[in-house]
Design a protein around this ligand. Structure first.
Ligand SMILES: [Ca+2]
Length: 541
């Protein structure tokens, strides 16, 4: 028989309900860093950047705000009405992501608790609200037409009000990752025929990626009803056995998709997991690397996968000077390599009951924590993004009525790159035969990656290349955006515009991904195509 935990009785992400009344300690970040206010936004839950540098902010109550050119726009881009969204307990508008082809399609994705039965107030148990993931269109006007909504995943029950998770991120594989908690029904995490208590992965069109772990016999689609018949698995499931995988952190330093899952614990343990296809992370048999609500090691392991790192409630996090009140792991993100001296490879994670941000570092197979920030209030979401020509850490906090804040390094290191010239050398020409550096032609709204390092004398350690580039035979007018493969960082994209039939050439500097590749995203009128030629004339390392 299922036991249902009542929202008021059990921490979800959780403790924020308790922490609201606490007086925060003074906000502190390490010497040499500055913590500053970006914008006051009520109950801010999640952040995402568009490639043109707009910062999208979600509020739990159901508004999507836009911060652009250094100011919070006074009118929300979207306000979900109370008849559509439930935001009591831990429900609400909880996640936002931006399509990898956003410059081409203006698609954004939102996770919210749908007031399915238009109840007031939204109930616990009975005819409950459901969590869903929808795609919307965010035009340059920053006004989202509600009718642009396309529901991609629906009917994930939220009976307890708690454990909705609700984070959305795109991986470098171009797929959308969704975290969904067990909704206050712990056993759902173990039920493979339901979506709740899982991390999901779909394509931007809600199809199943070719390498999702559960496909074929004994599986079914669950995105419409939230479940399939018992004994079958949901094809959307990427990993399972989660309680409240509240926030995810994606590693922009990795060549391929790599991410951590911050799963909020119940009575004793908070945990950070490595996203792994098909893996069972153990809830509600295990909590962290221990048996549920126990300090006894969880066994049998495998098949249950232990976290990379866990920490115990009401205890100072080992390696830190945290208060003994860190009971709710929240947002996380990886420090971009080269951004902050000494921080390469570090993962920062927040805790929403002790107001801390901590640094997780790896030595061999051992992960350990150290201090980063304290007194930051109910920290929810962490994300590195552009600021002043470089990057900074952005985070949301429920402190002071709700704020989005930014942590910057006071004296960033001088640009260490040196330039080395090369004899002009053609690294790609899509007019050539089909191949990694040849055809086919670029296709509108379709990102294509090309190897650059390792050819034409560009070393694998190169960070960027100086190029002459040309667009040939475009069938319609448009533009191409070139950026390091696997990212669409607003600060590092190069754009070239053209008219139909025009040859358009220019020179530029293209940032390379850590795997030495560039990505090209064309927007060509009429569903068109174009050819691209690129010659390198030098590199930076
Ligand atoms: Ca676990």
């Amino acid at each position: 028989m299922r036991r249902r935990a009542m929202a008021a009785a059990v921490l979800g992400w959780g403790g924020w309900l308790l922490a609201l009344g606490a007086v925060p300690a003074a906000a502190t970040v390490p010497a040499g860093f500055t913590d500053s206010l970006v914008a006051a936004v009520g109950a801010p839950t999640a952040l995402a950047f568009t490639p043109d540098g707009r910062l999208l902010m979600t509020s739990q109550g159901g508004t999507l705000r836009v911060y652009q050119n250094g100011a919070l726009l006074p009118t929300p881009a979207l306000t979900l009405p109370a008849s559509q969204v439930c935001s009591n307990s831990e429900r609400g508008l909880l996640g936002v992501a931006v399509d990898p082809a956003f410059p081409c399609n203006n698609f954004i994705y939102l996770f919210y608790t749908f007031n399915k039965f238009n109840s007031n107030p939204c109930p616990f148990g009975g005819a409950t609200p459901v969590n869903r993931v929808s795609r919307f269109t965010l035009p340059a006007s920053n006004v989202v037409n509600p009718a642009s909504e396309l529901v991609l995943i629906d009917n994930m029950p939220s009976p307890g009000g708690n454990h909705n998770a609700g984070d959305l991120h795109f991986g470098k594989d171009g797929n959308l990752y969704v975290s969904i908690g067990e909704g206050g029904i712990a056993s759902a995490a173990r039920d493979e025929h339901v979506l709740t208590g899982k991390v999901l992965r779909i394509t931007p069109n809600a199809a199943i990626p070719a390498d999702n772990p559960f496909q074929g016999a004994g599986t079914a689609r669950c995105n419409v009803t939230g479940s399939t018949t018992p004994g079958n698995r949901c094809q959307e499931t990427y990993a399972w056995g989660f309680r409240n995988p509240f926030r995810l952190g994606f590693d922009q330093n990795a060549a391929a998709t790599r991410f951590f899952i911050n799963d909020v614990g119940a009575g004793l343990w908070e945990e950070i997991d490595l996203g792994t296809a098909g893996a069972d992370f153990g809830w509600n048999i295990c909590e962290g690397s221990h048996l549920n609500n126990s300090s006894t090691a969880c066994s049998p392991v495998p098949p249950l996968v232990n976290p990379l790192f866990d920490y115990q409630h009401n205890t100072q996090i080992p390696g830190t000077t945290s208060p003994a009140s860190c009971n709710c792991v929240s947002g996380g993100d990886f420090v971009p390599n080269g951004l902050w001296p000494g921080y390469d490879g570090a993962y920062l994670f927040g805790d929403c009951t002790c107001g801390g941000i901590f640094r997780l570092t790896q030595s061999g197979s051992v992960f350990s924590a150290s201090d980063f920030g304290s007194g930051l209030g109910t920290v929810v979401h962490l994300l590195f993004g552009p600021h002043a020509g470089t990057q900074a850490l952005y985070y949301t906090t429920y402190a002071s009525g709700g704020q989005v804040r930014r942590v910057t390094l006071d004296n960033p290191p001088a640009d260490p790159l040196d330039f080395f010239s090369l004899s002009p050398c053609r690294v790609l020409d899509t007019r050539n035969a089909l191949g990694p550096s040849g055809g086919p032609a670029l296709q509108t709204c379709t990102t294509r990656t090309f190897p650059v390092a390792g050819t034409c004398g560009v070393p694998a350690t190169a960070k960027a290349v100086a190029v002459n580039l040309a667009i040939v035979s475009p069938t319609g007018g448009g533009q191409i955006i070139i950026f390091p493969a696997g990212t669409l960082a607003p600060t590092t994209a190069t754009t070239l515009q053209f008219n139909a039939g025009q040859i358009r050439a220019n020179n530029g500097v293209l940032g390379l991904a850590t795997n030495g590749q560039i990505a090209v995203l064309p927007t060509i009128a009429g569903g068109g195509t174009a050819h691209l030629i690129l010659d390198v004339v030098g590199y930076f390392e």
